[in-house]
Each structure stands twice: as structure tokens, then as C-alpha cells.
Design a protein around this ligand. Structure first.
Ligand code: NAP
Length: 262
């Protein structure tokens, strides 16, 4: 038998014994991730600020939920006490505010993006690390973005924040070398979720929709959740360091194939 004949060993325990915390779970990618993990049999604690959304998700999926703002230390303390023994953190809460050029951007928008995408991710990661280490097979999965690697006009504040999110993943992986905790980064390009662009354009639905105009099949929340679950369910010695996901129509940040629209 040669190496190429062997089935890779899969050291995944029964999913029913695994527990994940998913932040930003009240919509989009986070909610889809909760659904997928629950379908795989994981126990899940879903985290966000909107209780009505979390309650509906819990009714549908049987997940637990915790209402928490990841930028607030006291809320993160509550989250950690609710989490208990946990094997995976999906640090997904985040988003963009505005598309203003650097020359005109409001520092308050940049602050808000830094707070949730960087400091929120930092707080939750730091606070759950003891439990993840204690699990003996922990995962920190950080949702960054292609904005964490490439700048684009009008993207300054979000690009800056997601570079920070990427820096957490890249640094933490080095610092945890030799410990039983993987650090996985998923960097999506264009994902059409219900709220991301609407929030970015401060509720202007037409401008939000124009982002996806003429693009054949932007990624969906389900596509990204599929990648999250795939990465989490590799044998634990396999660390998917960084996965960049884009729709077929998006070859690069500025290279998006669009059909003519009327
Ligand atoms: N859509 C895209 O094109 C795209 C591309 C690349 C990366 N991403 C990243 O993927 C992640 C999810 O994006 P999405 O498209 O699914 O957007 P979304 O639907 O707007 O989801 C954002 C989630 O984060 C939660 N959240 C925001 N601020 C929070 C806070 N302070 N504390 C706790 N939860 C908070 C929101 O819930 P509450 O308001 O209820 O708290 C919501 O559940 C984000 O990090 C985003 O930057 C998105």
C-alpha cells in the first residue's frame, strides 16, 4: 500500500459531542452557519444583539442563544458563561458602514467598524480561548473578507478593519503553534446577504441592490456556511489556514463580470 492509497485518518469525534459559539448569528452568514452546524448535529450557542431573530432561529434549529454585543466586555463575559465547554468559535459578527472616500469619511464610522470587526473578534476570541484549549481540539474560525487583503475606492474604513481581523488570525495562529487549537480564516468576496449592503448604505435599498447588479450568482450565506462547516470538520491535524471564496463572476476585487441591465 502506498501513501496515495490510504484514506486519511479522520479523528473527528461524533458531531453530537461538539459545541460551537457563532457570533453574528441573527442574519446572513452567521445564521446560515448555525443552521448547517445544527443539521450536522453540533450543539450551538448563537450570539447577536437582536433577540427576536435569535429566538426565531432557536425555534427553527434547536440552537441556544445569547443576546450580546461583542464590543461590550460585560456582554462577552455573559456569553462565555453561557458557552461552557466549547470546541469551536465562529467569530463572524462584523460589517461595513459607509462607502465614503478617505478624504471625507467620518472617523466615527471607522471607529464603529474597528470596534466590531477587530475588537469584537479580539474580545470573544480571548475570552473563549481557555475553553477552546481545554477542549483538546479547539477551533477559532475568523470571518475576514477579501477586503482584509486588497483595498478599493470607498472601502477604506472596512478595508482597514478587515486587515485588522486578518491580523488577529495570522498572529494568533503563530502564537498557538504547538497547542491543540486551529486558527482558520475564511475571506469571502461578494456575498449577497439580506442586510450587509443595506446597512453599509445606511438603509438605501436601491444602492445596496446595485452592488450585485448584473452579477450572475453572487455567493450566498449558505455557500459561506458550507465552507465554514467543511473547514471545521476536517481531521483536526488539518488546518485550513485561509480560504478565499468568491463567486465565479468575481475574478478579483475589481474584476466583476456583469451582464448589461436595463
Ligand atoms: N456579505 C458580504 O459580502 C461579506 C463579504 C465578506 C465578508 N463578510 C463578513 O461576513 C460577516 C457576516 O456578514 P453578513 O453578510 O452575514 O452580514 P449581516 O447579515 O449584516 O450579519 C452581521 C451579523 O453581525 C451581527 N452583529 C453586528 N454587530 C454586532 C455586535 N456589535 N455584536 C454582536 N453581533 C453583531 C449582526 O446581528 P445584530 O445586529 O443582531 O447584532 C448580524 O447577525 C461579517 O463579518 C462581514 O464583514 C461579508
Amino acid at each position: 500500500m502506498t501513501d496515495s492509497d490510504r484514506t486519511p485518518p479522520n479523528d473527528q469525534p461524533d458531531a453530537g459531542t461538539l459545541r460551537a459559539v457563532v457570533t453574528g448569528a441573527s442574519s446572513g452568514i452567521g445564521a446560515a452557519t448555525v443552521r448547517r452546524l445544527r443539521a450536522e448535529g453540533w450543539s450551538v450557542l448563537a450570539v447577536a444583539r437582536r433577540e427576536d431573530r435569535l429566538r426565531a432561529l432557536a425555534d427553527d434549529t434547536g440552537c441556544e442563544y445569547c443576546v450580546a454585543d461583542v464590543t461590550k466586555a460585560e456582554d462577552v463575559d455573559t456569553l462565555v458563561s453561557r458557552a461552557g465547554a466549547v470546541h469551536a468559535l465562529v467569530a463572524n459578527a462584523g460589517g461595513a458602514v459607509g462607502v465614503d472616500p478617505v478624504a471625507d469619511a467620518d472617523p466615527a464610522d471607522w471607529q464603529a467598524m474597528y470596534d466590531v470587526n477587530v475588537l469584537g473578534t479580539l474580545r470573544v476570541t480571548q475570552s473563549l480561548l481557555p475553553a477552546l484549549r481545554a477542549s483538546g481540539r479547539g477551533d477559532v474560525l475568523i470571518m475576514s473578507s477579501t477586503a482584509g487583503f486588497v483595498a478599493y475606492e470607498g472601502g477604506g474604513g472596512y478595508v482597514a478593519a478587515k486587515h485588522g481581523t486578518h491580523a488577529i488570525a495570522a498572529t494568533l495562529r503563530l502564537e498557538l503553534a504547538g497547542e491543540p487549537v486551529r486558527v482558520i480564516e475564511i475571506a469571502p468576496g461578494m456575498v449577497k446577504t439580506d442586510e450587509f449592503s443595506v446597512k453599509r448604505y445606511r438603509g438605501d435599498a436601491a444602492k445596496a441592490e446595485a452592488v450585485y447588479a448584473g452579477v450572475d450568482e453572487p455567493l450566498t450565506a449558505v455557500d459561506v456556511a458550507d465552507a465554514v462547516v467543511w473547514a471545521l470538520t476536517r481531521p483536526h491535524h488539518v488546518n485550513v489556514d485561509l480560504m478565499v471564496l468568491r463567486p465565479l463572476a468575481q475574478a478579483a476585487q475589481h474584476k466583476v463580470a456583469r451582464r448589461a441591465t436595463t
